[in-house]
Ligand binder design. Structure first.
Ligand code: ZN
Length: 270
């Protein structure tokens, strides 16, 4: 018997489903996939924090600095007093797992950053602007708060976080972060992370001086002195608006009954 192929029906490639139903299935499916990827990425940071203890992190990054870090000149006579002040402040953070290092970057922007391994970078622009040790102490105390809450790791880009995880799991010594200061400066923390760091910083200032006078003076000045506006962008883009922040710090000091007046300590280099 001869086989006579049947002609395929014309609509063999046409779905029986209504095109709108198909389109929405596609959209829902893709959204679910993206959601799953986002969830994995968010969890990844927590996995890193689980695997990489602060001690391990400090070991991995003991001598790391951002790729494009430009140190202020060696003869910057503010480096030694800045390190001394930081050491005094860290002493109020009992059982800090970090060996905090401080560097001054040659940058006219006003900024301070907490980076992996316990590295604090303060810009020379910020040091040119603060007028008392109390002001500077709060800025440093705030960065210490980010280390305490490990925000500095949470704020890193996903790629960087992944490379830390790989380095930790593979047991390699120094993680090659390949991060630039510009990228790191653009990280922004949530409002909650910022106010937690503020609270920790203010408590450190209280322990050091016995009062919190001038702790937020820096923000008052950058807020009201308009000629600084072009300089403050880096600090303001990564930190809360000065006005809100001053209010919150004042409220906190009042609620804790922390003395808001006291002797002001001049900067060592003034
Ligand atoms: Zn901050």
């Amino acid at each position: 018997m001869r086989y006579v192929p049947r002609k395929a029906p014309d609509d063999v490639n046409v779905s029986k489903e209504h095109p709108l139903v198909e389109a929405s299935t596609l959209v829902v499916g893709l959204s679910l996939i993206f959601l799953a990827i986002a969830l994995v990425l968010v969890l990844m940071v927590d996995i890193v924090l689980l695997f990489v203890s602060p001690q391990r992190e400090a070991e991995m990054f003991s001598s790391w600095r951002p790729d494009d870090f430009v140190a202020a000149e060696d003869e910057d006579d503010r480096l030694r007093p800045l390190r001394d002040l930081t050491a005094r402040l860290v002493s109020h953070w009992e059982d800090s797992p970090y060996e905090i290092r401080v560097e001054i970057s040659d940058d006219s922007n006003l900024n301070a950053m907490a980076l992996p391994g316990g590295l604090i970078i303060v810009t020379s622009g910020l040091l040119n602007t603060v007028e008392s040790e109390n002001e500077l102490a709060f800025v440093i105390g705030h960065e210490l708060g980010h280390f305490r809450n490990r925000d500095h790791i949470r704020g890193l880009g996903r790629g960087v976080v992944l490379s830390i995880l790989i380095a930790a799991v593979s047991g390699s010594g120094g993680a090659d972060l390949g991060a630039s200061l510009g990228d790191l400066a653009l990280r922004s923390f949530s409002r909650g992370q910022e106010s937690d760091a503020d609270e920790f910083g203010l408590e450190i200032v209280l322990k050091e001086y016995g009062h919190v006078d001038e702790a937020w003076r820096f923000f008052e000045r950058i807020d009201h002195d308009n000629q600084f506006v072009y300089l403050i962008t880096a600090y303001v883009s990564t930190h809360p608006a000065p006005d809100d922040r001053i209010d919150r710090l004042q409220d906190l000091a009042k609620a804790r009954r922390w003395p808001a007046e006291g002797a002001i300590t001049p900067l060592a280099w003034q």
